[in-house]
Design a protein around this ligand. Structure first.
Ligand SMILES: [Zn+2]
Length: 118
């Protein structure tokens, strides 16, 4: 049987998440036998319902700006991304240059072979 602290932790988790089947069964078993934890879980559910029913308000402009700013990647992350993009472009350019060089060598050797054969 769950102790009260664990039962209350599970009851709190169950507000926002689906519990594993065994955890749900343990919690339900504990709540059926423990009025204190049943009252605790009932209070959590009432609070969650009350919060969910509250009208949503837009964040003040200043707060919204800060959240938006903080959500953007920092310069370090951005410059690493830019460096990765440059690296991809450089690899593509070098590959194309090598291919053109090899094509040129093959074409030149074919031309020489054709010239040697008359
Ligand atoms: Zn209990």
């Amino acid at each position: 049987m769950l102790d009260h602290a664990r039962a209350q932790d599970l009851a709190a988790a169950a507000i926002d998440f689906d519990l594993a089947v065994d955890e749900r069964a343990e919690l339900d078993g504990h709540l059926a036998a423990c009025p204190a934890c049943r009252a605790y879980a009932g209070g959590l559910e009432r609070d969650a319902r009350m919060l969910a029913e509250r009208p949503r308000a837009a964040a003040p402009e200043r707060v919204a700006r800060r959240i938006t700013r903080d959500a953007r990647p920092a310069w370090g992350a951005r410059s690493r991304l830019a460096a990765a993009a440059v690296g991809i472009v450089v690899v593509a350019v070098v590959r194309r240059a090598i291919k053109q060089l090899l094509d040129g060598i093959v074409t030149e050797s074919e031309r020489r072979a054709a010239a040697a054969n008359g």
